[in-house]
Write a protein that binds this ligand. Structure first.
Ligand SMILES: Nc1ncnc2c1ncn2[C@@H]1O[C@H](COP(=O)(O)OP(=O)(O)O)[C@@H](O)[C@H]1O
Ligand SMILES: [Mg+2]
Length: 289
């Protein structure tokens, strides 16, 4: 296995689910086998990106009511059969996704704060097995974990098994203060153990993208948001200094993504969208780390 990556943030709505789902697809398109885990167990949303109605959930594996093979869904065909997939012969990796059950009973059952120490340890043991045993048995190259925002039982567990923590944030003061706090109180403990953590700005100061540009293959997104980057550079410089973390990317807020009434996989739906271009840059960097 190459890497286990956790997407985390202080607040919700910073793009963890959107980016983890889209990055997983891009990695599969590069030939990697990916296991995408929905560990935002308190408010899972990954189902919507893949339009799935699972029978088994990651909850079943954690509580020993299903084998791992039953709780992972091979969704590679969604990528292969997508109408914009240019080359049906392209050598894809495999995409496995495990979803989290959003029913109130299941969330309560899983919530660490309500559990006895012994059963918490058993849950944790099963969770670690996913990285240590299951990923190897299924020849997984990348585990991508979509986590809950803030400091909660399952987000801490996810950060603990990650090799790389991608902390996403939006540009507003609460997020920045919260992020600084998490970096100093939580991430520093993991980085001492060798985990790498980096910052990813998402939904940075926005603008609407005219639909005709989305179709434009030669569109150069960097040139068009250079002014946005300049405006935000003061904040990013300050944050970089305060939290001592590398900034791995800066993704603007695109109105067509934000205001669509259904979540979708932008990298499949709009292969020439600047969002897709920026996520490909992100994958280049992740892959080299
Ligand atoms: N770069 C972006 N531009 C516009 N909308 C975005 C962007 N990234 C995410 N979104 C939208 O923001 C909302 C919150 O994103 P989501 O991935 O659910 O955040 P989180 O998982 O961190 O709570 C979603 O509706 C998503 O489509
Ligand atoms: Mg989410």
């Amino acid at each position: 296995m190459k890497k286990c990556i956790a997407f985390h943030s202080y607040k919700g709505g910073t793009g963890k689910s959107t980016i983890s789902a889209n990055i997983s697809v891009l990695l599969v398109k590069r030939g990697y086998n990916v296991l995408l885990l929905d560990m935002d167990v308190y408010a899972p949303t990954l189902q919507t990106y893949f339009s799935q109605e699972p029978t088994y959930w990651i909850n079943n594996f954690l509580f020993n009511t299903a084998e791992f093979e039953n709780v992972i869904y091979d969704l590679t065909r969604l990528i292969r059969n997508y109408p914009t997939s240019q080359d049906p012969q392209q050598k894809l990796g495999k995409l496995f996704v495990s979803f989290s059950n959003s029913s109130k009973e299941e969330i309560t059952k899983l919530d660490g704060t309500l559990r006895q120490d012994a059963s918490k340890l058993e849950l944790l043991r099963k969770f670690i097995m996913i990285k240590e045993d299951m990923a190897y048995q299924n020849d997984i190259d990348y585990i991508i974990i979509d986590t809950s925002p803030g400091i909660r039982f399952w987000s801490i567990n996810s950060l603990a098994i990650a090799d790389l923590i991608l902390l996403s944030l939006k540009m507003d003061s609460i997020d920045i203060e919260g992020t600084k706090k998490m970096a100093s109180e939580i991430y520093s403990a993991f980085t001492k153990l060798g985990t790498k953590s980096v910052l990813l700005f998402n939904r940075a100061a926005g603008y609407c993208l005219p639909p005709n540009l989305i179709q434009e293959t030669s569109y150069a997104p960097e040139a068009n948001y250079a002014n946005v980057l300049t405006e935000q550079s003061t904040i990013t410089d300050r944050l970089k200094k305060d939290v001592d973390m590398e900034i791995i990317g800066n993704i603007p807020c695109y109105c067509d993504i934000q205001f669509d009434n259904k979540e979708f996989l932008t990298v499949l739906k709009h292969p020439y969208h600047p969002f897709t271009h920026l996520l490909n840059n992100l994958v280049d960097k992740i892959d080299k780390m």
